[in-house]
Design a protein around this ligand. Structure first.
Ligand SMILES: Cc1ncc(COP(=O)(O)O)c(C=O)c1O
Length: 409
């Protein structure tokens, strides 16, 4: 509701304008002044995304200290998993110590083995490619769609058609002979990608899908929460996300066997027994501590309010950018984004760079997209398709302040 957002803005333009040396009518100042009005912050630093603790956070965290159950056994870890099942609609949720590890474990459970190849997108956070490498596999980079900024089903189809042959029920890369063990699409900044189409293409090549939904808690494609379309989905609860546990992650799945295996491996593969210590597999110490889960539970109780608040902010931004040179990125019709990080696209690389320098100098935090994965030293030699959309976005994209606004209530 852009109208109602404007009404609530109380900080005067004149007051804000006094902190700028440049003429009031410059294009970048208009954006910065609008952001300051929207966050009711006339001159102080405006972060990109700050956590908001407005509920039972202190009470629940204190509970864990008083109960002495601060480590990976405790009522809050179990409650966190139940809440994640309810929120996402998945049959199983497994709490982990962070989102990178959630992805690593999900890939192992999906059957990724050393020497395999795993397809992902070049426009993502390093953790996506790192988790693939931690599993001993090699990432392959396939382009994103310009509108969703997530893996493109068309680019995927084209790349597979040209590079992959199916043998004995699996897809193999013709040039390297590697099996494609998984595909990891990522819902960039909380915008649901064309996940139904991606899964359909992967099914043709017998490739299991593991969704990196780290940024998309509270985002839906159709009526289905992100993370439910593939074999497994993973989330992050880092301090910069919509909901935080300090550090934390989660895996969701609708496959009972995989859910149980993920839980077992995350808890050192210890066999349940009243007092004996027996481990029947090579396990991991990946379970989220109760202390962190307490914070997460209090935050999850506010998820709906957080997402509504962020969607309202997105409406306010959308109205502002409507008649400007920059394009405000909107959710794809038929999907509902959590608008974790609001995103604008500048007409070219030069204006993007100018604005990044200018806004950060003026204490309004903005940031570009991550450097594309295929340009990082450790992934430079990996296979990549035509990634011109990712390059186009990398050159133009800027994230602008997107925190929960207390004052909007
Ligand atoms: C796309 C993506 N994947 C994975 C991660 C890893 O999550 P974490 O930082 O909790 O390890 C993050 C966030 O940090 C992310 O943005």
């Amino acid at each position: 509701m852009p109208g109602s957002g404007k009404k609530k803005i109380s900080v005067s333009i004149k007051r804000i304008s006094t902190i700028y040396n440049h003429p009031m009518n410059t294009s970048y100042d208009e954006i910065l002044i609008f952001i300051r009005q929207t966050f009711k912050e006339p001159e102080g630093f405006i972060p990109l995304h700050a956590p908001y603790f407005g509920g039972n956070e202190k009470k629940y965290v204190l509970d864990t200290i008083e109960s002495t159950f601060v480590s990976s056994v405790g009522a809050y870890v179990n409650r966190f998993e139940e809440m994640m099942q309810q929120i996402t609609g998945a049959k199983f949720a497994i709490a982990t110590t962070n989102g990178t590890i959630a992805l690593h474990l999900a890939l192992l459970v999906a059957g990724v083995k050393p020497g395999d190849a795993v397809i992902t997108q070049p426009l993502t956070f390093a953790a996506t490619a790192n988790a693939i490498a931690h599993a001993g596999a090699t990432p392959v980079f396939v382009d994103v769609d310009k509108d969703t900024m997530g893996l493109s089903p068309l680019a995927l189809k084209d790349w597979l058609k040209e590079n992959v042959e199916i043998k004995q029920g699996a897809g193999f890369i013709k040039s390297t002979g590697q099996r494609i063990a998984a595909c990891v699409p990522m819902h960039t900044f909380g915008f649901p990608l064309r996940i139904v189409e991606v899964v359909a293409v992967c099914n043709e090549y017998h490739i299991p899908v593991v969704e990196d939904a780290a940024e998309s808690l509270g985002s839906f494609a159709g009526d289905t929460h992100t993370g439910n379309f593939g074999l497994l989905g993973t989330f992050s609860f880092n301090g910069n996300k919509t909901v935080t546990s300090g550090g934390g992650g989660a895996i969701i799945t609708n496959d009972e066997k995989l859910g149980k295996l993920a839980k077992h491996l995350s808890t050192t593969a210890k066999v349940q027994h009243a007092f004996e210590f027996k481990h029947d597999m090579l396990g991991y110490n990946y379970r989220m501590p109760n202390l962190n889960a307490a914070l997460a539970c209090a935050q999850l109780e506010q998820l709906e309010e957080f997402v509504n608040n962020k969607r309202e902010l997105a409406d306010i931004y959308a109205a502002f950018f409507n008649n400007r040179n920059e394009t405000f990125v909107k959710e794809r019709p038929g999907s509902a984004a959590n608008y974790w990080l609001n995103t604008i696209l500048f007409p070219d690389h030069e204006t993007q760079q100018e604005f990044l320098v200018y806004s950060n100098e003026k204490k309004v935090m903005t940031r570009p997209a991550w450097q594309l994965m295929n340009k990082l030293p450790m992934y430079r030699d990996c296979l990549a398709g035509d990634i011109s959309n990712a390059e186009w976005l990398e050159a133009r994209l800027v994230n602008i302040p997107s925190s929960y606004r207390k004052s909007s209530n």
